[in-house]
Design a protein around this ligand. Structure first.
Ligand SMILES: Nc1nc2c(c(=O)[nH]1)N[C@H]1C(S)=C(S)[C@@H](COP(=O)(O)O)O[C@H]1N2
Ligand SMILES: [Mo]
Length: 438
């Protein structure tokens, strides 16, 4: 058979298979088939049709007719090259440089509730330090009976525990305070991740050193060039604060604070000090930079709220969203993520008419305290404009506020703790835009 005959045969079989499909699908099918043929013609040359056969049934793809590469082709696995668009992104103009900056989690492309380690957002105040775990130490001192300096090996001797919890920068969505500004879910909500964190409860270490009477605060300090430090109340330390050395089953990633960091579940990400080198026990807060000039909320009357630790109940629809437009009318699975720094998510409602009417969704993941929780609901889209919203309620009964309610209390001068109900506008052509409804 000549190359031309082979091509003619393939075109016929693609067309025959396309015949069985309804109008719009047939057009798409034929278009894809022709694209594949074109690509194969260009790429394969004398080798024949090659990858064109892979296009669609009844062709048999080349990968089904040959052996693949062997084990350990890639000693540390990575995603399919077809998914290369799923990556962290930063915004050049957002910060003065990349050293004190942020990259965002690609929430639109993730499933379930766990953020893969390579996609967890990054926030650095002095860049990513290269810490040698053999030389790294964690010192615990101050108002304690037995100050200690722990190596990583020492730390590993203590009883360990794993918890799936979200991590969110208090500035997540901060650009939206003054109106809908960001055109991607990755940018409106992407300072957010959820991992299974493994380590030693801070309370276990505090028992080891013997906390003295009157101790009420703990200073946590990082080993990076910013020496980032925060004052943590003793209550949190004795509750669920975790000294973390592993994330989703493997050692912490350098970006996340390797070899050891603090995680305060449900609290603003800034308190979760990375590359943790020191814990000082004291009787009052230290009022360092990150709890005075930063990470305080400027109120309409000019005063500032301090120590706003908790990330309040919040939610967002991840499909559809600007990165996931609707491809023509019909049935869709609308889904999203909800989370609360105060505990478990109790209920998530979705509106298709900008908050006039609501439908209760169902949970499609585990419902864990202070963890991302996935919800979903079926939707038959008739092709008309729609205003999609999600509204989460946590187990304390707290209901996620509207922009109107949030701004009535907080004004518009804040940067941090924006948890208003978010609106996606679905246009007739299925594209999705970020809009605000108060
Ligand atoms: N030592 C140190 N810890 C740090 C930071 C830092 O720059 N240095 N950034 C903080 C901020 S503002 C946030 S939101 C979280 C982000 O954690 P991640 O980079 O693992 O996502 O780490 C916090 N801990
Ligand atoms: Mo942050």
């Amino acid at each position: 058979m000549s190359k031309q005959q082979e091509l003619d045969g393939l075109i016929k079989s693609i067309a025959a298979a396309g015949e069985k499909l309804p109008g719009p699908e047939r057009r798409l099918f034929l278009k894809q088939g022709l694209t594949m043929l074109g690509a194969a013609g260009a790429a394969s040359g004398a080798a024949g049709i090659g990858a064109a056969e892979a296009a669609l049934p009844p062709g048999v793809p080349s990968w089904t007719k040959s052996l693949g590469t062997g084990v350990v082709t890639n000693p540390y696995g990575e995603p399919s090259p077809f998914e290369a668009h799923i990556k962290r992104r930063n915004l050049e103009w957002l910060t003065a440089d990349k050293i004190a900056s942020i990259s965002f989690t690609p929430l639109a492309d993730l499933k379930g509730i766990i953020t893969p380690n390579g996609l967890v957002f990054e926030r650095y105040h002095a860049g990513l330090p290269a810490v040698d775990p053999g030389l790294h130490r964690l010192m615990i001192h101050g108002m304690v009976d037995r100050p200690i300096v722990l190596s990583m090996d020492d730390l590993m001797r203590f009883p360990s525990i794993s918890m799936t919890r979200f991590l969110e920068c208090a500035a997540n969505g901060g650009m939206e305070w003054r109106g809908a500004q960001m055109d991607r879910l990755q940018l409106t909500h992407g300072m957010l991740a959820c991992c299974e964190w493994t380590g030693v409860l801070l309370s276990t270490l505090l028992q080891e050193v013997g906390v003295q009477k009157g101790a009420a605060w703990i200073l946590a300090e990082g080993a990076d060039g910013s020496h980032m430090s925060r004052s943590i109340p003793m209550d949190k330390a004795l509750d669920d604060a975790l000294i973390v050395y592993a994330q989703n089953g493997e050692p912490l990633r350098p970006e996340q604070g390797y070899p050891v960091r603090l995680i305060n579940p449900g609290w603003e990400g800034n308190t979760c000090v990375k590359w943790l080198r020191r814990l000082k026990i004291g009787d009052k807060p230290w009022y360092h930079r990150e709890e005075t000039s930063k990470y305080t909320d400027l109120m309409p009357d000019g005063s500032s709220r301090e120590f706003t630790f908790v990330q309040e109940c919040n939610s967002v629809i991840t499909n559809p969203c600007p990165e996931n437009p609707l491809k023509g009318p019909g049935k869709f699975w609308v889904e999203g993520l909800a989370w609360s720094g105060r505990g478990k998510i109790k209920q998530v409602d979705v509106s298709f008419d900008g908050g006039v009417s609501w439908r209760t969704t169902r949970f499609t993941s585990a419902v864990l305290p202070r963890a991302l929780t996935r919800f979903g609901v079926e939707w038959d889209w008739n092709g008309a404009q729609a205003l999609l919203q999600s509204r989460a309620i946590d187990e304390t009964g707290y209901v996620q506020p509207t922009y109107g309610q949030l701004r009535a209390v907080r004004g518009t001068s804040s940067i941090y703790h924006k948890n208003a109900i978010h609106t996606w506008k679905v246009n007739n052509n299925g594209s999705v835009a970020n809009v605000q409804i108060s």
